[in-house]
Design a protein around this ligand. Structure first.
Ligand SMILES: [Zn+2]
Length: 543
């Protein structure tokens, strides 16, 4: 049917000699004949009018931009190690960034927000990691939920096993909140596996360190909310399920976890003494100044080869609960960027490889509140944090991945003019405020559900839509805006990143990271063999 419509359109454009009626009722073989005739006619037309065809507008900005992009893309891809080389060399280090709830719409709006903060129109901007050469789409569902939560999704990324919502690094056979016999369903995490391989490991977050996403890197629990000792169900006491806080200090650090920076003093404070007793050479850091001083001592020891700095495990807890949103951050709290920079300094001061997981946690919280401004500012901070990590590391040996655990119902729509303030009301080409059917303005950004349901705002309130406390409208009334079920993006660069492409299941991220690490380790084994000459097949050629 579509080909008939195309034919009709084409025929009316090219010639009146074939009537619409004759095409409509033509048998198939005649249609083929007509197609041939039309192609010939089109060819003749294009040949005969060749002289009058306007040449490509090579002076046009977008034409030149497209050409420059192509040239740059070819140069970039040619300069990268080939997939075969990447496969052979593997990754020495891994830095995995998680934007909690960082949906694709969040990326679009945040890149515009960041660009507009820099005085640009915004749409043309890229977040730092959006320049990475490899991308994939990630399916996020849990084994028991179409729309996932952070516990199940992060467990899939950390253990390679897709699982149920609410579980912290446990297999999908485990029932939520059922402690009895749950230890048999523990799934080893990437960080735990890393300790066993002699790889340094760490986690950085702007949430409580005991919150679902960071917890899934080092703990195992049938219930994500069992964060502190007093948060547990009686069932957990009876059958011996430790709180996530206790597992961090009494299990994960002794087993080999090297660094944890984030919030959550209310859950962790009762274990500070235990941490200090266990690790006399460790560092317990409780504010931004302490983090900064520790880092200075570390850098001094690194460059002067002194051994004064404490290089044991590091526990940094910088707020009672979650850390502040970037837009409200108090002076005593470090930014995500500062924590990341100092974590990388720490690992680079030590010998050996590292796996570092970094979560920008509060994109999710801002979205749940229906508050786009803070979600975008958090995402922009994640972008500059990735940039710092990228600048500090070598593309040849460090695999950097940026992804999200799940989406949100965040949306961006209407027909606002180019450069319209991303948090503003929709304005048309004449810079006039566009009114909805009820005569009221509306913003480009909104949510499919949440607490700002209905057209409750006055025209006056819409004038302040760019205020950081403005709450965008929601289509369905719910107490709290929910996660979305759609895919999220993954951006990657460095050895092993070529495997991230197409549409992937979320648990496949774990297997791809592990393969990149394992390959590097196997190469190390080969070079050890080479040292004793047992497998040195190329020695003759070198001489
Ligand atoms: Zn959430």
């Amino acid at each position: 049917m579509r080909s008939f419509i195309c034919l009709l359109v084409l025929s009316s454009l090219l010639s009146n000699s074939v009537s619409a009626d004759s095409i409509n009722y033509a048998p198939l073989n005649q249609t083929a004949t007509n197609q041939t005739a039309l192609k010939q006619a089109a060819h003749q037309k294009s040949t005969s009018s060749n002289d009058s065809v306007t040449p490509p507008l090579q002076s046009n900005h977008w034409y030149q931009q497209g050409e420059a992009w192509l040239k740059n893309k070819v140069t970039t891809l040619e300069s990268l190690s080939s997939p075969l080389q990447q496969k052979e060399q593997g990754a020495k280090n891994i830095i995995l960034f998680l934007g909690d709830g960082m949906s694709i719409t969040t990326l679009t709006a945040a890149r515009i927000w960041q660009g507009q903060q820099q005085g640009q129109s915004g749409e043309e901007n890229f977040l730092h990691f959006e320049h990475f050469p490899h991308t994939a789409l990630i399916k996020t569902y849990n084994t028991n939920q179409q729309t996932p939560d952070s516990a199940g999704t992060m467990s899939a990324i950390m253990t390679g096993v897709k699982t149920r919502a609410g579980l912290i690094s446990m297999g999908p056979e485990q029932d939520r909140t059922d402690c009895q016999g749950s230890s048999q369903h523990h799934q080893q995490t990437l960080l735990e596996w890393g300790h066993q391989q002699g790889i340094n490991t760490g986690v950085v977050t702007t949430a409580r360190l005991t919150h679902a996403t960071p917890a899934a890197t080092y703990a195992h629990s049938p219930e994500r909310s069992w964060e502190g000792d007093y948060d547990r169900h009686p069932n957990a006491y009876w059958y011996g399920c430790d709180s996530i806080a206790k597992q961090l200090v009494k299990t994960a650090f002794p087993a080999g976890l090297d660094l944890a920076l984030g919030g959550g003093r209310s859950k962790l404070e009762s274990y500070y003494d235990t941490f200090n007793q266990q690790f006399p050479n460790g560092s317990l850091l409780t504010n931004k100044q302490a983090l900064s001083d520790w880092n200075q001592a570390l850098l001094a020891s690194r460059f002067s080869h002194q051994k004064e700095a404490k290089t044991g495990p590091v526990l940094g807890v910088f707020s009672p609960g979650h850390m502040d949103f970037e837009m409200d951050r108090r002076a005593a709290q470090p930014s995500l960027k500062q924590m990341t920079e100092q974590a990388i300094n720490y690992f680079q001061a030590r010998t050996g490889r590292y796996v570092l997981v970094i979560e920008s946690a509060r994109i999710d919280h801002a979205h749940h509140n229906g508050n786009a401004a803070r979600a975008l500012a958090e995402t922009a901070m994640l972008s500059s944090t990735v940039q710092v990590a990228d600048d500090m590391t070598d593309d040849e040996d460090t695999l950097i991945i940026v992804t999200a655990d799940h989406s949100h119902t965040f949306l961006m729509a209407g027909y606002p003019k180019r450069g319209n303030p991303i948090l503003g009301v929709s304005k048309n080409q004449k810079n006039e405020v566009v009114l909805a059917n009820d005569g009221m303005p509306y913003t480009s950004l909104g949510y499919a559900n949440g607490k700002e349901y209905g057209r409750k705002k006055s025209a006056e309130e819409f004038l302040h839509s760019e205020d950081k406390n403005f709450l965008q409208e929601a289509g369905i009334a719910l107490a709290v805006e929910t996660h979305g079920s759609d895919d999220v993006a993954l951006h990657a660069k460095g050895p092993g990143s070529y495997l991230f492409s197409g549409l992937m299941e979320q648990n496949e991220i774990f297997h791809t990271i592990q393969q990149a690490l394992l390959t590097n380790g196997l190469n190390d084994l080969d070079s050890l063999n080479d040292l004793d000459g047992s497998s040195d097949l190329t020695a003759g050629k070198d001489q």
